[in-house]
Design a protein around this ligand. Structure first.
Ligand code: Z5A
Length: 206
């Protein structure tokens, strides 16, 4: 079977990081060579861009700057990490990819989807995940979880409920349009129940 490119998505507090470890373990135990990576980031240059994007004091960043920085990091990530890993026959598991740009910069910031599409076509040349796991939960529950984590908040986490509601809606609209690729996980459930949901989706791919 060919190597697969899997991305995981969701609003803040959805539990992506928690479940990333489970997915990684599950796929490795089932014999998959796996490259685990993240966006923004995944390369030395991409991680430097990530720092710029998440620094809480960068409050005045223009929305187009934010959009272009996301795609700059992504172009580097695809060229240096994702494509080479897929060509070697490895599976790639990325914590976020282009759906996040449509949801955050499109839904959240209000940039037209068509402009994001043009950038995606230019930089990605058709590359998209084979499977996207969308961790979905009510915004308020996600925010409670982030607060209980007791860490500092980044530039995005400073945003209000309304912003994350628009992001969530955009993710759900995308999932409705592409049900074969984007699978919705009910992230409001317990960690064990979410692991069952993930196993049901991943097991047939092995
Ligand atoms: N961004 C963008 O705008 N455009 C783009 O194109 C891209 C990204 C690629 C950084 O992403 C920011 O970049 C992100 C969007 C923007 N901003 N936001 N918000 P990130 O993915 O690195 O950051 P994050 O969204 O904050 O993800 P995270 O740190 O991985 O957190 P998480 O998904 O919320 O997961 P968690 O840390 O596993 O869970 C949060 C807490 O809940 C934690 O205490 C857990 O122990 C707990 N938890 C987890 N699962 C459960 C369950 N099931 N029950 C109860 N408690 C739970």
């Amino acid at each position: 079977m060919k190597s697969l490119f899997i991305s995981i998505e969701g609003i803040e507090g959805a539990g992506k990081s928690t479940q990333l470890a489970f997915i990684q373990r599950y796929l490795s135990e089932n014999g998959k060579q796996l490259k685990v990576t993240r966006e923004p980031g995944g390369t030395e240059l991409g991680e430097a861009i990530r720092t710029l994007l998440l620094t809480p004091t960068e409050t005045g960043m223009a929305v187009d700057t934010e959009l272009l920085l996301m795609f700059s990091a992504r172009a580097e990530h695809v060229a240096q990490v994702i494509k080479p890993a897929l060509e070697r026959g490895e599976w790639v598991l990325s914590d976020r990819f282009t759906d996040a740009t449509f949801a955050y910069q499109g839904g959240g910031r209000g940039i037209e989807q068509q402009r994001i599409n043009e950038l995606a076509q230019w930089t990605l040349n058709g590359l998209q995940p084979d499977l996207t796991l969308l961790f979905d939960l009510p915004v308020e529950l996600g925010q409670q979880r982030v607060l209980s984590r007791n860490q500092g908040v980044d530039r995005f986490e400073q945003e209000k409920v309304d912003f994350f509601q628009k992001v969530r809606n955009c993710y759900l609209e995308r999932a409705e349009k592409e049900p074969q690729r984007i699978k919705i996980i009910d992230a409001s459930q317990s960690i064990a129940e979410i692991e069952h949901q993930l196993t049901r989706i991943l097991q047939p791919l092995l």
